[in-house]
Design a protein around this ligand. Structure first.
Ligand SMILES: [Cu+2]
Length: 150
């Protein structure tokens, strides 16, 4: 057999081996077993055209309260993260009801705070930015990392 034929037969296989294996899908969250009395509070401050911190880290299937604070005296900001909001379940603190957010961003007037209580159900990296004009260029960009390891 022509050795070149082997090459062409094996080339696709070699290519396949070079492609990194996809991440193992995380197990779905058992919502009923989440202990909301163990909620971790994380604070994200928006100020001087920056997110503080620039990277938010969450473990998937664990309960969090995220306090988003616009610390600017005069400038409105947004916490824009469409893919992140699609991947979480919000918890109504009064009723305990869980819902997918109906929004892609949160708008914060100067000197205001919005709190959300949620569980992240899909591990991954989600871009975060402020949708106000020129704010990302000035540095209002970040990342939300949801870890799938338990
Ligand atoms: Cu902004």
């Amino acid at each position: 057999m022509n050795p070149l034929k082997y090459f062409f037969a094996l080339a696709p296989l070699a290519l396949l081996l070079c492609v990194p294996a996809p991440a193992v899908a995380a197990a779905p969250c058992d919502l009923a077993s989440i202990d909301w009395s163990q909620t971790t509070t994380i604070t994200e401050v928006l100020d001087y055209f920056r997110f503080h911190p620039e990277e938010l880290d969450f473990d998937h299937c664990k309960p969090y309260k995220l306090q988003i604070i616009n610390n600017s005296a005069y400038i409105a900001h947004a916490f824009t993260a469409p893919d992140f909001f699609k991947s979480i379940l919000l918890r109504n603190p009064d009723t305990g009801a869980m819902t997918t957010p109906s929004y892609e961003e949160l708008q914060l007037a100067p000197q205001t705070e919005i709190d959300i209580t949620f569980v992240a159900t899909a591990p991954g990296d989600y871009p975060l930015w402020c949708s106000h004009r020129f704010h990302p260029t000035l540095g209002m960009k970040g990342l939300i990392h949801v870890d799938g390891q338990q």
